[in-house]
Design a protein around this ligand. Structure first.
Ligand code: WT7
Length: 650
């Protein structure tokens, strides 16, 4: 075993095949069908993708499927299309015209439904409004909004005229808005007075005012009225959304844009502080999100699909807006917090709208577990037929709980692995065709050549941990880091020359299933065992009293590094020295003595990013007895860190 091999210690062996009932109705209903299509997509990617692209509208058909000069790719070369046209206009001449495109629920309980026709009309008007302000194809436009239909309208209007949107998550503060708008050299920002969150108003316009004062390129700010809180409008710069819409024509012809026309920039937190603008383009992203939405969620005509993400994340881009709409699906959109007014809110939404497909993040599922089953069981969730997760490896016990308690034991779960950079899902079970193993993101999607490599570039043996890569281009992959080709190459294509490195550690089991063991930066080395954090955390979470766990390494004279576990208990459980001992023994018994945490710290919460990922980097400092340092702008709740810091010496 090479020095760099990651040791996988999980012994999760449960397998959940799709039910016969699900498979019978599914778009892809057998493993053989998946295998055959997958094989074709890998052996003849050009033929496969050219064929798939035909499901969408092209003003000029592509001449060439892909041009690959690593790390740069071009897809559907010579083709022209329009993503908004494919999401809207394409559905108007037929039975989808009056189908619900978006069913929206505000946090206070207001409900709006936009049909495809209505959404199209709004998007056309807003496209004209932007054009009237002088926004042209190629200009960058910031979108800093809450979860309102107008956020989707703004995105689609930009896509329609070829303006490059950059959505900034509404939970970020003005500094983040400023840095991103400066990096993108945005000409306009679209925002709203405020958004509702857990009963109070988050004043978005106020943050934009602070940010835009320092952004020389921003000429226009468009403000939607949502909450009615007091705002100041700057003469000449600020425009009222409703007023613009009133004068804008609803007639708009979607222009033919080049397949490689930049579609959006979405910033991810780079480790160096400077925001990293992941850039996606039109044609490849369109085909990728269209096809994954269709097959991963098995979208049927009568589905009501709900992805709980925020449009500020890639999940919201690909699986609330573009993918579902390209499929003429009905998507639910919810404005507020999952526990407003109470922890049953999500389930009341599922019941009220008859949601059939529910897609969320492991961090949310762990919160549901913590809040208790009663919030769920008191609602009628019989409409659900498919569940999904994304964002982190899901702890197998949490997966099983999700299946039983939310899914009533009948719904398959798709554990979808992907990244802002991949644009669309790259690994997942297909729900009617591929059995699920709790904690595994299963198998590659069509056209994805995923591998686990050793440090020296050779392929790891089955169950040997290594580095997760994708060694062939795929349509929805990022094209570059905005304005920084060198950073793009360095970040993703330098570990192995010309091969995309995800930054994650993984193993592939004897059935070809992938198990992500965590980010490579989080790997811990204990007595020569290189361990990913996910499996140790899952071992802790499998203990009946534990709701959530975060494991990090601290320097140790004897073992190189030792494990420290931060543990959050379920609702009514209390920390005690006995429980502390029991948890240490549990991990030692479950995985092995070498994995026994040196220390367990009970905590009410662990620090997370605003998208719900545990920030182990900060916990590493705390575990080593230091003050947490480094970039904290992505931290969800600073008080969580402060509390942990206060209790350092306990
Ligand atoms: C990172 C990407 C892509 C949508 C949301 C996150 C982790 C994501 C899974 C999964 C294990 C996962 C990886 C990845 N991740 N999904 N199903 N199983 N890990 O996007 O913020 O770009 O994060 O999230 O570490 O690299 P993102």
């Amino acid at each position: 075993m090479s020095e760099a091999t990651i040791e996988s210690v999980s012994h999760e062996h449960r397998v959940f095949p799709p039910t016969e009932e699900f498979s019978k109705r599914a778009l892809i209903g057998t493993r053989e069908e998946y295998e055959a299509l997958y094989r074709r997509s890998i052996e003849d990617p050009e033929g496969f993708w050219a064929e798939q692209a035909q499901a969408l509208h092209w003003f000029t058909p592509p001449q060439k499927t892909v041009e690959w000069k690593a790390p740069f790719s071009k897809w559907f070369v010579g083709g022209t299309t329009n993503l908004a046209y494919n999401c809207l206009d394409r559905h108007l001449d037929g039975p989808h015209r009056n189908k619900a495109a978006i069913i929206w629920e505000g946090e206070p309980g207001d409900i709006r439904v936009l049909t495809y026709f209505q959404l199209w009309r709004e998007v056309c008007r807003f496209a004209n409004a932007l054009t009237d302000l002088g926004i042209e194809a190629g200009d960058r436009v910031g979108i800093y909004m809450g979860m309102v239909p107008e956020a989707a309208i703004a995105m689609l209007a930009c896509a329609r005229i070829g303006a490059v949107h950059s959505v900034v998550f509404g939970g970020f503060a003005s500094d983040a808005v400023r840095d991103r708008m400066i990096d993108a050299e945005a000409k306009a920002v679209i925002t709203q007075d405020g958004t509702y969150r857990r009963g109070s108003v988050v004043p978005l316009k106020e943050q934009v005012d602070k940010a835009v004062d320092q952004c020389p390129n921003v000429e226009h700010v468009v403000v939607l009225r949502r909450t009615g809180n007091e705002i100041t409008m700057k003469e000449g710069r600020d425009h009222d959304w409703a007023a613009l819409m009133e004068t804008a024509s609803p007639k708009h012809e979607a222009p033919a844009l080049d397949a490689e026309h930049p579609l959006f920039i979405l910033y991810t937190s780079g480790s160096t502080g400077k925001p990293k603008g992941v850039m996606h383009t039109t044609g490849g992203y369109m085909v990728g999100t269209y096809l994954t939405s269709k097959y991963v969620f098995d979208l049927q005509e009568d589905d009501t699909y709900w992805c709980t993400a925020d449009v500020g994340w890639i999940t919201g881009h690909s699986y609330i807006v573009y993918g579902p709409l390209a499929n003429a699906a009905t998507a639910v959109m919810y404005e507020g917090a999952p526990n407003s007014p109470d922890p049953g809110r999500f389930w009341s939404i599922v019941e009220r709208h008859g949601v059939t497909i529910f897609y969320t993040a492991p961090t949310a599922v762990r919160a549901f577990v913590k809040w208790g089953d009663d919030w769920i069981t008191k609602h009628d969730l019989s409409s659900l037929r498919l569940l999904g997760t994304v964002g982190e490896p899901i702890n197998p016990e949490v997966w099983v709980w999700y299946r039983e308690t939310v899914g009533g034991g009948r719904c398959p779960i798709v554990d979808t692995y992907w990244q802002t950079e991949t644009g669309s899902i790259v690994m997942t079970p297909l729900p009617g065709a591929v059995p699920a193993k709790p904690g595994s993101c299963s198998v590659p999607f069509f056209g994805i050549s995923a591998k686990v490599l050793r440090e020296d570039g050779s392929e790891a043996a089955p169950n040997e941990g290594g580095l997760l890569v994708i060694d062939k281009p795929w349509p929805s992959m990022l094209r570059t880091v905005w304005g920084d080709d060198e950073r793009f190459r360095e970040q993703y294509f330098s570990r192995f020359d010309g091969i995309y490195f995800t930054g994650d550690g993984a193993r592939r089991d004897e059935d070809g299933f992938f198990w992500v063991v965590g980010r490579i930066d989080d790997v811990v080395n204990v007595s020569g065992h290189r361990l990913g954090t996910a499996e140790i955390e899952s071992s802790l979470v499998a203990h009946d009293d534990v709701a959530e766990a975060a494991v990090v390494g601290i320097p140790d004279e004897l073992t190189g590094q030792a494990l420290v576990a931060f543990v959050t208990l379920k609702g009514d459980r209390e920390p005690s020295p006995e429980l502390n001992q029991a948890l240490m023994d549990h991990v030692a018994g479950d995985i092995g003595k070498f994995a026994r945490p040196k220390r367990i710290r009970f905590a009410d919460a662990v620090p997370k990013t605003r998208s719900g990922k545990i920030m182990r980097r900060l916990l590493r400092d705390l575990a080593a007895g230091k003050q947490a340092h480094g970039d904290m702008t992505t931290l969800e709740d600073i008080s969580v860190l402060a509390t942990l810091q206060e209790h350092q010496e306990e």
